[in-house]
Design a protein. Structure first.
Length: 139
């Protein structure tokens, strides 16, 4: 069995964003030389997410509005986490809802997706460098 590991780094200038990282993940798969196996993509920061969904702008706007209703950023005093001097209590909750990682099957050297599926990096407390782990195992 082969194994491949790579870190992708992001420094999103805005507080929140959804970035399609499918091309970068596909590049990792090609570099790995693995044709059959599993691919893990994991946000390595507690205020960022990795998820699979459709690459449709309206859906991303819906996510933004929905997440802000679930865990509004302001007032920051509503979160006990922010008592430490932070202002990102909402980002931790948004990450919990959107998820930490995804696993995708690899078949015949490609990501074995359903129709419209793409991999996204979700940033909920940007303006600093964060990483995503890509781990691929298989043959």
């Amino acid at each position: 069995m082969k194994s491949y590991r790579k870190e992708l780094w992001f420094n999103i200038p805005d507080r929140r964003a959804f970035i399609n990282i499918t091309p970068e993940i596909s590049d990792c798969l090609q570099q790995s030389g693995i044709n059959e196996g599993l691919l893990l993509v994991n946000a390595m920061h507690i205020t960022a997410s990795v998820f699979i969904n459709d690459d449709e702008y309206g859906l991303h706007q819906d996510y933004e509005k929905w997440l802000e209703r679930l865990a509004p950023h302001a007032p920051i005093s509503q979160y006990r986490h922010n008592d430490t001097g932070e202002d990102n209590g909402d980002a931790h909750l948004k990450r919990q809802v959107m998820g930490r990682e995804v696993v995708v099957a690899i078949t015949d050297g490609i990501l074995d997706f359903g129709t419209w599926e793409q991999i996204f990096y979700g940033e909920f407390d940007g303006r600093r460098k964060k990483r995503v782990l890509v781990k691929i195992i298989g043959e």
